[in-house]
Ligand binder design. Structure first.
Ligand code: ZN
Length: 148
């Protein structure tokens, strides 16, 4: 039994039977502070699951554009969950208008929060997942990803 909220222990953020493969290294975006991000290769509209209990602190699902071009970099839909162990999990490339949650909402591990879609800079349908801690005053820039 894994202790609840143990550091670096998270559940799969997509249903196991729908997961095609895990890719930790091939994305050109996984450099520097994103080096511990993980891509879960799945079909579009696959449910995205909360990787642990927590509070939703950010939701954007208003983008409906994306593709294999860096011009789409800022157009990813994503959700961030804050966990009680001080870590955050982030879920990127969500389908337009697919969020099931709102900021401030409590979620439990395994709960569906959205669906996968081709938004932002992405070559193929996948969920970009990262766990991070904030190391400065700006959580969007001052963070580092953790190995999970
Ligand atoms: Zn990625």
């Amino acid at each position: 039994m894994v202790r609840k909220n143990a550091i670096n222990k998270y559940k799969l953020p997509v249903p196991k039977d729908l997961l095609q493969r895990i890719d930790r290294t091939s994305s050109p975006a996984h450099l520097g502070k994103l080096r511990n991000a993980i891509d879960f290769i799945v079909d579009n509209e696959t449910p995205v699951l909360a990787a642990d209990d927590g509070i939703i602190i950010f939701v954007n699902d208003s983008s409906n554009i994306g593709g294999a071009n860096p011009v789409y970099w800022g157009h990813t839909n994503f959700i961030v969950i804050m966990h009680s162990n001080g870590e955050y999990s982030r879920y990127d490339h969500l389908s337009y208008n697919s969020s099931k949650v709102k900021v401030g909402q409590h979620v439990i591990a395994g709960e569906e929060i959205a669906k996968v879609g081709m938004t932002g800079y992405t070559y193929l349908p996948h969920l970009h997942f990262q766990v991070f801690v904030v190391i400065g005053i700006n959580m969007w820039t001052d963070f580092k990803t953790l190995k999970v």
